[in-house]
Design a protein around this ligand. Structure first.
Ligand SMILES: [Mg+2]
Length: 291
């Protein structure tokens, strides 16, 4: 049995009764609002192609449709990317801004996240450009140029309250991942280590680096440690280096993702914020933990 879940951006909800009626008329199933005007599920839709039918009816409306299995719906492990997933920026681009070279760095970031460049080479090239940046300025970037992605804290707090373990796994840097991971509420964070000499960046990253293999390995390791099947896990990210963990997780979600990631992920959010990941798991408004 499966469930079709529609979600929209809570800050600008586009899920109305008319759209719900139009989809219900075609796919059937039992309708249940998970959060009025923000998330709804169709339990056991009749049509075999209900997902595609729903997406065709939705068209350009800013609503996401995903078809989830009933089995193992609530996940016990979440592994999440940081940059452009749990926070709105790419930290390395913002570090570049501190040196007046944001565009030069952002262009490499964009291509790496699209999977057009080797991740490690692209990381080395960009970090090399940051050589000499003082630690104080790194901390200033962290304080002033980074914003939390909407829905992140409620996602983590709700899953943790219901017994899940949460891990942030970033190809970015520990100076950001440890800091933001802790503030969002993650149980742990893994990221690359920027090297310093005399409180200035040396332009190098400690080995081994955190790349797509590290992210996948972390998912597998944490699942094994907690005696979980991969069916019990959820992964979320936006970049090419997230694709392996997204594919391996029981529920792998591409969020506002690069085309290569969106095309290969089973679950996609193009409009919803991170709280939408809770509705995919069947949480309802009353279950959400906001603190
Ligand atoms: Mg990312």
């Amino acid at each position: 049995m499966s469930i079709l879940v529609l979600t929209t951006n809570p800050a600008n909800p586009k899920l109305d009764e008319e759209l719900v009626r139009a989809i219900h008329a075609e796919i059937g199933g039992t309708v249940n609002w998970l959060h009025q005007s923000i998330a709804i599920e169709f339990i056991n839709p009749k049509a075999a192609a209900s997902l595609q039918i729903a997406r065709d009816i939705i068209g350009d409306t800013k609503v996401d449709a995903n078809l989830v299995p009933v089995l193992n719906r609530r996940k016990k492990l979440l592994i999440a990317d940081m940059d452009s997933t749990m926070i709105n920026e790419e930290c390395i681009d913002e570090l570049g801004a501190a040196l007046g070279i944001k565009e030069q760095i952002a262009e490499i970031t964009e291509r790496a996240m699209r999977g057009e460049l080797d991740f490690e080479e692209a990381l080395d090239a960009r970090v090399g450009l940051l050589k000499g940046l003082p630690l104080d300025q790194v901390k200033e970037v962290r304080r002033e140029r980074i914003s939390y992605a909407a829905g992140g804290r409620v996602l983590i707090q709700t899953m943790k309250t219901h017994g899940a373990y949460t891990a942030l796994v970033s190809g970015g840097f520990t100076l950001f991942a440890d800091y933001f991971g802790k503030r969002i509420g993650f149980d742990e964070a893994t990221a690359n280590v920027l090297e310093f000499n005399d409180d200035r960046l040396t332009g190098t990253v400690a080995r081994p680096i955190v790349d797509k293999d590290t992210k996948l390995a972390k998912l597998q390791q944490l699942a094994a440690e907690q005696n979980l099947s991969l069916d019990d896990t959820m992964a979320v990210g936006d970049g090419a280096n997230d694709l392996m963990m997204i594919r391996a997780a029981g529920m792998g979600v591409a969020i506002h993702a690069k085309p290569i990631v969106a095309a290969e992920a089973q679950y996609q959010f193009n409009h919803s914020d991170l709280s939408g990941l809770l509705y995919l798991q069947g949480y309802e408004e009353a279950d959400l933990v906001r603190q």
